[in-house]
Design a protein around this ligand. Structure first.
Ligand SMILES: C[S@@+](CC[C@H](N)C(=O)[O-])C[C@H]1O[C@@H](n2cnc3c(N)ncnc32)[C@H](O)[C@@H]1O
Length: 346
């Protein structure tokens, strides 16, 4: 057991060489960015006085960081739940270590779904499971308030990105495609899955900030009640390059994304946020990958990225580098036109 610091939070956790779900209490330092982005997003929204639920709380790191790093008017209550008694013990120890005794914080031992069903509704629910979030979608969607935010993480990228197409079909009722767009398709298939579950309860889920990073997908949804709103969402489920059905709408709220890039205090995330800010201005599904195009069209060499972006913009097309892959472009120009442009500048 080691004492570490994440953000301004002290934490006593196991620090094994290999992070696995067999740890007594799970803590993954790589997911710091996931927690940083959640804090940044919640601080960038106008929502205040929120009832926050972390049904899969593990060491309590996310909850304690929320308590310490969210603006003072954000939290009405903060509930942390886990099914492991060791995790609950650790959450309590870590709260003490950080000298937190607030009555706003509630800690509960139990199954995540039972915890949600046994409680009143929440303004923010964060589903951060091992693998797929599927098991927790129903209860979360029953317990999220109108205009609330549902945050979903999925680490089963191998199914969603096409390494296991049968598993993707079974779990997400969609066909993945293992091409250069596999992670954007995977992200969009996951969005579609969450939206379909929500639509059953006449709820519309609109992604306000979505991304792929490291080994996981993450989506923040704004939740709105209404049959017509839910119908509008479902109409945007389409096939793309033989992958899907998947969400074909926006992955980000442009204004929020821009505010997050501006408000950001986590240095190591600035480039990532600036990339997404540019990408969020282009409402296109998928990207064009420069390496794949060079191979397909037998181009003698690759273009210089800066020059290529400038040339595309000169032709009055939108273009941005994908946050998923720095040699893939989100752009309004089509493949043939792009290849013609590349040939002109190499
Ligand atoms: C990936 S960890 C959560 C990490 C945490 N959110 C963080 O930011 O560090 C998943 C946690 O969910 C708990 N868990 C798994 N299935 C559960 C269930 N059905 N009900 C409650 N907790 C569960 C595990 O014990 C584990 O602590």
């Amino acid at each position: 057991m080691k004492q570490i610091v994440e953000g301004t939070t002290k934490l006593k956790v196991e620090t094994p060489k290999i992070v696995s779900k067999d740890m007594q209490t799970f803590y993954n330092p790589i997911m710091k960015a996931n927690r940083d982005l959640s804090i940044l997003l919640l601080n960038s929204l106008s929502k205040t006085n929120m009832r926050i639920a972390l049904p899969l709380a593990a060491s309590g790191i996310r909850g304690i960081r929320f308590f310490k790093e969210l603006k003072s008017n954000k939290i009405k209550s903060l509930s942390m739940n886990d099914m492991k008694p060791e995790a609950i013990k650790k959450i309590k120890e870590n709260l003490k270590l950080n000298k937190i005794t607030s009555k706003k914080i509630l800690v509960n031992l139990g199954d995540a779904n039972q915890f949600l069903y046994n409680n009143k509704c929440f303004d923010y629910i964060d589903i951060d499971p091992f693998g797929s979030p599927n098991h927790f979608l129903d209860a979360s969607l029953k317990r999220i308030l109108n205009n609330g935010i549902l945050a979903v993480t999925a680490t089963d990228t191998s199914a969603l990105a096409g390494s296991y197409p049968t598993a993707c079909l079974r779990k997400y009722q969609a066909t993945p495609k293992k091409d250069h767009n596999k992670h954007e398709s995977g992200l969009r298939i996951l969005i579609k899955k969450c939206q379909v579950v929500a639509a059953q309860y006449d709820k519309a889920l609109s992604p306000i900030f979505s991304y792929f990073k490291d080994h996981y997908y993450r989506i923040f949804f704004k939740v709105q009640k209404g049959k017509t709103k839910a119908d509008k969402i479902i109409k945007q489920h389409k096939m793309f390059n033989k992958a899907g059905p998947l969400w074909s709408g926006q992955l980000w709220d442009k204004k929020l994304t821009s505010l997050m890039a501006k408000n950001n205090q986590f240095k190591e995330l600035q480039k990532f946020l600036d990339t997404i800010k540019e990408e969020s201005k282009i409402n296109e599904v998928g990207t064009l990958n420069i390496h794949s195009l060079a191979e397909k069209y037998k181009l003698p060499k690759l273009p210089k990225t800066k020059l290529l972006l400038e040339t595309i913009k000169e032709k009055k097309h939108k273009v941005a580098i994908s946050h998923i892959d720095s040699v893939s472009l989100k752009t309004t120009i089509d493949e043939k036109q792009l290849v013609a442009l590349i040939k002109l500048i190499i």
